[in-house]
Design a protein around this ligand. Structure first.
Ligand code: MG
Ligand code: ZN
Length: 218
């Protein structure tokens, strides 16, 4: 009984996500679903990405949080449009929430839409939003065993960011163990090692991203 309810919810979501995907394709918008644990640095990675690309790429951000609008306000301070979604307790975004947020965004004026999902490495993996790619952020203080503990989301990632590499020396984090854990699940996705707040490695990530955004608008 419970399994059936969940299947129906996912089926409805799949339909809405497909509608989003068609709309994004028609409007040439490249969409990233950013997924990570709370505190991995989703918002600071988005800010670093915005600062690196905003002169050349029209960017908007959808911020998903259980409550508050602090993250959307931080993004707006960097000069790009940001819409806050409060899920009211739900621990993930879904296709319907994205459709609601799109009502206040002018997709004709956007090349890159960055969606910050709710901080959670479990169910955001289950809910398609209609995105062009999934970005998973892991951070050094969380430890190198995240791929082992949350295999589904690491399997789905189209790109990975290892954030807070400036803290490597202060921890027993093993880059080798992390990379091996990722590669067992996901042989292809590039892994970018960055410090979003200090700027290390950000350019390699944003150059890779920019190529994808450019390709989507052709
Ligand atoms: Mg955030
Ligand atoms: Zn959830």
């Amino acid at each position: 009984m419970e399994v059936k309810v969940v299947q129906n919810i996912l089926k409805v979501n799949e339909k809405l996500a497909d509608e989003n995907r068609k709309l994004f394709a028609a409007k040439d918008v490249f969409v990233i679903d950013v997924m990570a644990s709370p505190g991995a640095g989703k918002t600071s990675t988005i800010l670093a990405t915005v600062d690196s690309l905003k002169d050349d790429v029209n960017i908007a951000v959808i911020e998903g949080d259980i409550a508050s609008k602090v993250d959307a306000e931080k993004i707006q301070e960097h000069g790009v449009e940001a819409v806050q979604i409060n899920t009211g307790g739900a621990c993930h975004l879904d296709g319907n929430m994205i459709q609601n947020a799109l009502q206040v965004l002018d997709l004709d004026a956007i090349d890159l839409l960055i969606v910050e999902n709710v901080g959670n490495l479990v169910c955001p993996a289950e809910f398609d939003l209609g995105q062009s790619m999934k970005l998973v952020i892991s951070s050094v203080p969380e430890g190198d065993d995240k791929p082992l503990k949350y295999p589904v989301i690491f399997t789905q990632a189209d790109a990975l960011i290892l954030n807070k590499v400036d803290m490597l020396e202060a921890t027993d984090f093993s880059e080798t163990a992390f990379e091996e854990g990722v590669r067992r699940l996901n042989p292809r996705a590039p892994i970018f090692k960055i410090s979003a707040t200090k700027g290390d490695g950000v350019e390699a990530w944003t150059e890779w991203l920019r190529e994808r955004v450019d390709a989507a608008s052709k």
